[in-house]
Design a protein around this ligand. Structure first.
Ligand code: PSU
Ligand code: MN
Length: 294
């Protein structure tokens, strides 16, 4: 059911650390042509930090764990690539479409493939103002034992609402070298995190403790704040305009997040793009280090 890239197949057979990478950020989160370049650069960062990158996507209905260069190019550049969450996977296998996977779907496939560390930019979560718009990322992470490295949840979301949902799902949230919950484009969302860790060895110890305590049925969220954040006033202005534009244009369902991210990249003249790229690179580096420590 799963096709592995030669690189990932080798790492699996030699039992070496692997980092799963999602593909919706490539197809629907970053503009062309930077998206392809970033996807390649992120994989290289994982390798330089001692792990094997496994970018996950569906090509012509087949689940791929690890993409060859031409397949990465297809996910980045083909207009027919759809955004797939967990519920879409079986349908896309049947219809033989190509799809990029969200955090939820990527985490699911990573777990099937025996990979336990995963890097993304910002998690999905509870959307502002829309009571029932809550990313399936949250429910997926509530049932999958993996470590996910992110810069918090996307700042377009209802951050306190999302933190409450993470608590409900008993998903531990760790601040890497911080007690402030990161705000994706911003270093600090304005909300505190109870648990701070300063080394990857501490994360590995928590991972092992969970197995013994049998509190390992869900994910561990490791949050890694961006160093050089977006200008705060610019962020507020663009966010307000973006939310209003989404409402005015009746953007709903899975189109909401790509719409708002695209609005940010255009309206900020590439400033949010710079930050988003910093985030995904830094998270991939940390994920590789965690994979080695596990
Ligand atoms: N992080 C980013 N850019 C993205 C995403 C995460 O920096 O585009 C994607 C992830 O794939 C995540 C998805 O799962 O956005 C959330 O979409 P939704 O809100 O529709 O669940
Ligand atoms: Mn949604």
């Amino acid at each position: 059911m799963i096709k592995y890239s030669s690189e990932v197949a080798r790492a699996k057979s030699e039992n070496r650390p692997i980092v799963a990478l999602e593909s919706t950020i490539i197809s629907h989160g970053l503009p062309r042509p930077r998206n392809y370049e970033v996807a390649v650069e992120v994989e290289q960062i994982v390798r330089e930090n001692g792990a094997t990158p496994a970018t996950i996507a569906l090509i012509d209905g087949v689940i791929h764990v690890g993409l060859e260069t031409d397949q990465l190019g297809r996910i980045a550049n083909d207009d027919n690539v759809v955004k797939a969450s967990t519920r879409d996977l079986a349908v896309i296998e049947m219809s033989k479409q190509s799809a990029a996977t969200t955090v939820a779907a990527t985490a699911h496939i990573a777990h099937l493939a025996g990979i336990s560390v995963f890097a993304t930019g910002g998690l999905g979560g509870v959307h502002r103002g829309h009571t029932y718009d809550e990313s399936a990322d949250l429910t997926a992470l509530s049932t999958l034992p993996i470590v996910i490295v992110c810069a918090g949840v996307k700042s377009i979301l209802d951050v306190p609402g999302t933190l409450e949902r993470l608590e409900t799902f008993a998903i531990p949230v760790l601040g890497f070298k911080t007690n402030k919950f990161p705000g994706f484009y911003l270093t600090d969302s304005g909300y505190e995190i109870e648990h701070r860790v300063d080394t990857v060895e501490q994360i590995a110890e928590i991972w092992r403790n969970r197995f013994e305590l049998q509190t390992n049925n869900c994910s561990i969220v490791v949050t890694n704040p961006v160093q050089n954040q977006m200008d705060l006033a610019l962020h507020e202005k663009i966010l307000g305009e973006g939310l209003a534009a989404a409402e005015k244009n009746h953007i709903t369902g899975k189109a909401v997040t790509p719409f708002l991210l695209e609005h940010f990249h255009t309206a900020s003249n590439g400033e949010s793009l710079r930050v988003n790229i910093d985030i995904i690179k830094s998270n991939s580096r940390l994920a590789a280090q965690i994979a080695c420590a596990l």
